[in-house]
Design a protein around this ligand. Structure first.
Ligand SMILES: *Cc1c(COP(=O)(O)O)cnc(C)c1O
Length: 385
């Protein structure tokens, strides 16, 4: 038998989250952001759940090709545009829309031979200072693009650096609006955080969005945790990482546990050893106290995360009346994040927060040695694919 760790992608949760974000987006069209192999879930595994989106946004040309192979005929947007001139050939062939964020990309377009003009998204640097044209250069970039026979419709976009609160976005919105004031074309401003945080906010109306770009919230993680949890936003986890107990140890007072002996038992303590470590993508910096579920009962990590194993405190199971050997023990289900038996949920954001990171990093970082499976409903899978 292979190691018992596996990741499950929940199609029903993706469908639910997509509906939830559509509600927040109002009349705007919705890009499902599926970069980084759908935030680690696997493009092919999320396709069924997210095909109700108006388009897919991503970075890698090979991922765009995979989407076309899946049969997607709708819009695909390359969020960083072409990386070199010959990428434009694939854009023509696969009918990809692409961001234009710098002069070089306009130069490449002007030299590109294509039968079909390209739909482009002109990126405005409204203050994040990563990609995009400075506000005073937007008009000239637009004029240059507009004069090219290779270019069809020009849309305008920007990206927020502090979308977790409406006030954080205000200066960037003002900058974008001023820089694009009398330019025609569709607008795309909001990521998940912007989309959710302005819902019902007076600010929302001024934030004209023809296309919202939703990523993290589709996968069931709250973009502004801990200010709001995924439950607060009405989102469901799209990924479960689960494994089993490989061993149970009975520690006595003073016994040390794992590498470095950083945890010492204060008294008699049952400890479970689970088949999951940092080589599976579990964060090595998760400290003692990081939440974990065993048989759906919430407990905590103990000691240091090692390459292939973590230790968990089994006393909450005993406190819940479960008995070693019948209620729990070797082979018990351990949920690192996501859904457990009996409807228990451990949001990925809680684990990420305890480890000093964000849900994005954990879901993107599940290692290739972990077996993935897909589950149609929200329950734990019984069938592996
Ligand atoms: C990744 C990305 C998004 C999605 O952001 P989330 O926080 O995951 O919703 C939107 N726009 C751009 C340009 C991105 O790179």
């Amino acid at each position: 038998m292979s190691r018992p760790i596996h990741a499950t992608v929940h199609t029903a949760a993706l469908i639910h989250n997509l509906q939830r974000l559509r509600l927040a987006a109002g009349d705007a069209k919705l890009w499902a952001v599926v970069k980084a192999n759908a935030y680690g879930h696997g493009l092919e595994r999320v396709y069924e759940g997210l095909r109700g989106a108006d388009g897919f946004a991503l970075l890698d040309l090979n991922e765009a090709q995979r989407l076309r192979n899946l049969g997607w005929r709708g819009p695909i947007l390359l969020l960083e545009g072409a990386f070199e001139p010959r990428d434009l050939e694939l854009c023509s062939r696969l009918d990809l829309w692409h961001v234009v964020h710098c002069d070089e990309q306009i130069d490449w377009l002007s030299a590109h031979k294509t039968q079909v003009p390209h739909r482009v998204f002109l990126k405005v640097n409204s203050g994040m200072n990563r990609l995009g044209f400075a506000p005073h250069r937007v008009r000239s970039a637009w004029t240059r693009l507009n004069a090219l026979p290779q270019v069809d419709e020009i849309s305008l976009m920007t990206h927020f650096s502090e979308a977790e609160q409406a006030q954080g976005m205000a200066p960037q919105v003002a900058c974008f609006v001023a820089a694009t004031a009398d330019l025609p074309g569709e607008r795309s401003l909001s990521n998940s955080a912007a989309l959710l945080s302005v819902e019902g906010h007076p600010h929302a109306a001024s934030l004209k969005n023809d296309w919202v770009r939703a990523g993290i919230a589709l996968y069931g993680s709250s973009p502004d945790y801990p200010a709001h949890s995924s439950t607060d936003w009405g989102l469901q986890p799209a990924m479960t990482l689960s494994t089993k107990l490989l061993a149970v140890q009975a520690l006595q007072a003073g016994d040390r546990l794992g590498y470095g002996g950083v945890f010492t038992a204060p008294g008699p303590l049952r400890v479970g050893i689970a088949a999951c470590g940092y080589a599976d993508g579990y964060p090595r910096h998760a400290p003692t106290g990081t939440p974990v579920l065993v048989q759906g009962v919430r407990t905590r990590l103990l000691g240091r995360v090692s390459m292939d194993m973590v230790a968990v405190d089994l006393s909450p199971l005993e406190a819940a009346g479960l008995v070693l050997g019948s209620g729990f023990g070797f082979g018990s289900e351990v949920t690192l994040w996501g859904l457990a038996a009996k409807g228990a949920v451990l949001p990925i954001d809680e684990v990420a927060h305890a480890a000093g990171t964000v849900g994005y990093e954990l879901m993107c970082g599940v290692a290739s040695r972990v077996t993935f499976e897909q589950s149609a409903d929200g329950s734990n899978p019984t069938k592996r694919r």
